[in-house]
Design a protein around this ligand. Structure first.
Ligand SMILES: Nc1nc2c(ncn2[C@@H]2O[C@H](COP(=O)(O)OP(=O)(O)OP(=O)(O)O)[C@@H](O)[C@H]2O)c(=O)[nH]1
Ligand SMILES: [Mg+2]
Length: 291
């Protein structure tokens, strides 16, 4: 199998894009109870894990039974349950490694990596800077299209964050969108070290079809994703900027395509909201992949 224990998308129901057959999900590994760790992240109280919520809305990672989930195991501002694979999530060191124009030029050292994907201007580079707590590791801009290459950042000398070009420039013709697709498609389909995709969605705008199309394409290709809602600090400015409503609408659309919930989390690169929680979630995906 191309990928090691990548967390796959549970039971995609409807897959309108791509011709590739989905691969079967890997078996979930059993976890040793000695790796369990208590949770002490709660800046805001987590949502209550009622039976119904646990069954219908929470992302329960490998190594844990839905019946075992308690409210304190849900990361604040997300639907993500922390399981026994969660571990060290501090970022001590980060270095830019290289920019690549093609998938085959990317680093070949087999370290696990997370791809940061989303519409142009959604806040991909800003999220990387927020995660690593450095202002200018990844270049950001108000003008869409700042990131043009596949950029690898090595974290703690052990795993990569990958900044990708954004898709869907606001006024771009369909042909430009297809160019983006052929450029990054090679990366997603051939990158055996990809632990998962952080698919960024702007929470200050209503759901966009292009984000749903992207999620469906990833799902069709059995590439595990976490929806990272960005700009959740933007609560002022009229009808467009209502993060909670926009997120709910987006999820309602996504739910139509999946039998089981995909992980999602609210973030802000301005306030740091969701940073610690997202890093902990990434640690459990990484550790599961490593096993
Ligand atoms: N209020 C707010 N603004 C943000 C946030 N994240 C990013 N921005 C702003 O959004 C703009 C785009 O941010 P980038 O990080 O460059 O976006 P990108 O997705 O990397 O864009 P491309 O590289 O062009 O695809 C910048 O002006 C950022 O300051 C956030 O969480 N809150
Ligand atoms: Mg960028």
């Amino acid at each position: 199998m191309l990928l090691r224990a990548r967390l796959s998308n549970p039971h995609l129901l409807s897959i309108p894009f791509s011709s590739t057959k989905p691969r079967s999900p890997p078996p979930l590994a059993a976890a040793s109870s000695s790796r369990r760790r208590p949770l002490s992240l709660s800046a805001t109280p987590p949502p209550p894990a009622s039976d119904d919520l646990v069954r219908t809305a929470l992302f329960v990672p490998p190594g844990i039974d839905r019946a075992e989930v308690t409210p304190s195991m849900v990361l604040p501002g997300s639907n993500i349950v922390v399981g026994p694979y969660a571990g060290h999530s501090q970022i001590k060191q980060v270095e830019f490694v290289k920019s690549s124009a093609r998938a085959r030029d990317c680093p070949k050292d087999h370290r696990p990596e997370f791809a940061i994907l989303g519409r142009s201007n959604v806040g991909k580079s800003s999220l990387i800077n927020a995660l690593v707590r450095k202002k200018d590791v990844a270049l950001t801009s108000k003008t869409p299209g700042k990131t043009q290459l596949i950029n690898h950042f090595l974290v703690n000398k052990s795993w990569y964050l990958v900044d990708l070009p954004g898709y869907g420039f606001a006024n771009a013709p369909e042909s430009a969108r297809m160019d983006w697709s052929s450029f990054t498609k090679g990366y997603f389909l051939n990158r055996g070290t990809l632990v998962g995709v952080l698919l960024l969605v702007d929470a200050s705008s209503p759901p966009q079809q292009i984000d749903l199309d992207c999620a469906n394409w990833l799902g069709r290709n059995n590439i595990g994703m976490t929806f990272v809602f960005t700009k959740c600090d933007k609560t002022k400015g009229g009808k467009k900027t209502r993060p909670a409503e926009n997120i709910e609408q987006f999820q309602a659309l996504i739910r139509k395509h999946y039998q089981e919930p995909l992980p999602w989390i609210m973030t802000s690169s301005v306030t740091g909201m969701g940073r610690a929680e997202l890093l902990l979630h990434m640690s459990q995906l990484r550790n599961y992949w490593d096993n």
